[in-house]
Design a protein. Structure first.
Length: 405
């Protein structure tokens, strides 16, 4: 791996000796790598890391993240923070997080450092090898303390209460560094020891179950209805075209938010699915009436977890609830004992999936102060303003590890 010219952050060099001041007892080394310098050796180490991650996150795996880098606009100072076990590029990769500077914090014009996510990235939890969670946060904070980037660190879209959250809070507490949960939400989460039918019976109320069975029967009266599940790349190009068309014919197409509404999102989606299929991590479902798709679903698997990424349905058949019927088919993931859970990737209080899945996963945003008097002043001033606004508007932040803040 070519590590030359690694780190010019706003004209200030961040050289290897800067990081060696913060070496952990294990001898791990950290670097910031421009995304243009990603090479095959890094991708191999990155894929190995993803397979051993403390918390699976497909949105930071190379086959998903690299299409985002290729198709979406990037800040020129966007970097991959990489934590290596020993010599960079010559040892095991222990952790990875894309991040860089930004000039706004919501409506506030406050420069800070933030992990990079795009509109189709639904989890920002770093990829960290199991057992190295604390080492990761220690080295990341040392690196950012010594960088020329301004403000504070903001981590968006991280699982609350997981091993990485626990390690982050522990490291910040030991360093007497503020680490505040500034937003949280709960989204539907599928996890159960029950089989699919038993889960359906236990979770969905009787009246709703009866209605869904009636809708499925009425749909069968229109012609041949088939359910398909695909786990490889067979027919993938055509399937992608059908999905893009189906999604664009609905409300997302009218609102301009469908994947096929722009070349960037269309090609990103195509590349991500092709990459997932090559990695053996893609699963697709569809319902077809006489061969025409009525509802389609994309899942990505990683380790013992799975992520329900995108779904689309034909709104002309909404009276039959094809999207819901397809999600009932998706419950068969409970029969796969190699998968322990599935993240819906849905918004909080989603009217459809929340009525089918009873579990909830809490996702949060954290703000962490960095060393330096100017940085600390910016962080604490901003947090005071946020708390005052929260009090005025009656907002509360639910932290499932502690209760309400």
């Amino acid at each position: 791996m070519d590590l030359s010219g690694l780190q010019k952050l706003k004209g200030k060099d961040i050289r290897a000796n800067r990081f060696r001041e913060g070496l952990s007892a294990s001898g791990s080394q950290a670097i910031f790598l421009p995304v243009a310098e990603i090479d095959a050796n890094l991708v191999e180490a990155w894929s190995d890391l993803a397979g051993q991650a403390s918390e699976p996150n497909i949105f930071h795996e190379p086959w998903f993240l690299r299409p985002g880098f290729a198709h979406f606009e990037l800040h020129p100072e966007l970097r991959l923070f990489l934590l290596w076990e020993n010599e960079p590029g010559q040892s095991r990769l222990l952790g990875l997080l894309p991040l860089g500077p930004t000039n706004r914090f919501g409506r506030w014009p406050v420069p800070h450092v933030q992990n990079w996510m795009h509109h189709n990235c639904f989890l920002g939890t770093p990829l960290v090898r199991k057992g190295f969670e604390q080492d990761f946060w220690e080295q990341l904070l040392i690196a950012l303390d010594g960088s020329a980037w301004p403000g504070f660190l903001h981590i968006n879209g991280m699982t609350i209460g997981g091993p990485l959250d626990q390690a982050m809070r522990a490291v910040c507490a030991s360093q007497k560094r503020r680490c505040d949960l500034v937003h949280s939400e709960a989204r539907a989460f599928l996890q159960s020891t029950l089989g699919s039918e038993a889960y359906f019976q236990a979770t969905v109320r009787g009246k709703k179950r009866k209605e869904l069975r009636r809708q499925a029967k009425r749909l069968d009266e229109l012609g041949e209805v088939t359910y398909h599940q695909y786990s490889g790349a067979e027919g993938l190009d055509q399937w992608i075209d059908e999905f893009l068309h189906l999604e664009k014919t609905g409300w997302k197409g009218l609102g301009g938010s469908a994947l096929d509404s722009s070349e960037q999102t269309r090609e990103f989606f195509r590349d991500a699915l092709i990459g997932a299929a090559r990695a053996g991590q893609l699963e697709r479902y569809d319902i077809r009436l006489e061969g025409t798709p009525l509802a389609m679903l994309v899942n990505f698997h990683s380790g013992h977890g799975s992520f329900s990424f995108k779904t689309a349905f034909d709104e002309a058949f909404s009276r039959f609830s094809p999207g819901v019927l397809l999600q009932l088919e998706n419950l068969k993931i409970l029969e796969n004992r190699s998968i322990a859970w599935m993240d819906s990737c849905a918004a909080e209080d989603h009217p459809m999936i929340d009525s089918i899945w009873s579990g909830r996963r809490h996702i949060g945003r954290f703000s962490i102060e960095l060393k330096g008097i100017p940085r600390r002043a910016v962080f604490r001033g901003l947090r005071l303003g946020e708390r005052l606004m929260g009090t005025i508007k009656g907002r509360t932040i639910f932290d499932p590890t502690e209760g309400q803040q």
